[in-house]
Design a protein around this ligand. Sequence first.
Ligand code: AVJ
Length: 313
Amino acid sequence: MIDTFAQDVLNGLTANNKYLSSKYFYDDNGSRIFQEIMNMPEYYPTNAEFEILSMQSKQIIEALKFIGPFNIVELGAGDGFKTFKLLEYLVSNNVDFHYIPIDISQEAIDMLSTRLKKKLPSLKIHPKVGDYFKILKENRKSDYPSLLLFLGGNIGNYKKEEAIDLLGLIHKNMKIGDKLLIGVDLKKNPIIIHNAYYDKHGITKRFNLNLLLRINRELGADFKIDDFDFYCHYNPITGDVKSYIISLTKQTVYIKTLDKHITFDYNELIWTELSKKYSPDEISNLAKASHFKPITNFLDCKHYFADSLWEKM
Ligand code: AVJ
């Protein structure tokens, strides 16, 4: 029996146009490299969303039009760094709400709860580890309305149809009147985007090549990462940032768990990631295509990033 990671690697590396899914970037090593990306001055999304939640918490909460207590359910809470500002605003204004952070990493959730209990002792927090949709389905039974948070711009990793499927599933597990605040990276000067993803420090390159190291570690492969490079390209018309690993020589890699030899041509590509950028109109269209009513967009001062508020009708 081979697990889904092994199966996905097999499918991706035996396809005509080779690909690997960016969802596999985030092993312990990869998560650490992603932290480094978020700390680069060129990687604007982190600061932009932090600014939105720091400066516009009041406007965001007013736009919910909730009367009485409500739940805030965060999908993929992670270290909760950005959300803190929103929670802090609510706690210091004595707003009655329950915070339900969800993550697949027990470690991340434990760290988040410990920190929040210390910094915001009166916060009512109910952390959950596991499958988003199971937990959302449970939350549907709550007497209170909910604000779902899907922050950080992760929706950009999905192609249009996949994004609509995922958002449709989220929609199905909400109650009428519930709101979704979703982080979306905006189309902007292409040079800004280029510098954030094709960074001069080589951190994003390391982030991508770590995927080959993960295959070495977990599936017993023998990728020599010096024989691979990284390329990425932003198309300002479609809004797609596409990232690739390049094979610098004609070479064969053996993957023990799969008992499979994979041949790479000279300059052959492995497509690793899509990071899609949207215009405000495209955000509204995405909302409508997944059966939501777009309410309003909260932007940072440079208009780099949007936290878009949608309602389930
Ligand atoms: C975590 C998916 C939001 O696409 O901007 C950062 C991942 N990839 N640099 C993004 C990423 C390259 C990031 N997301």
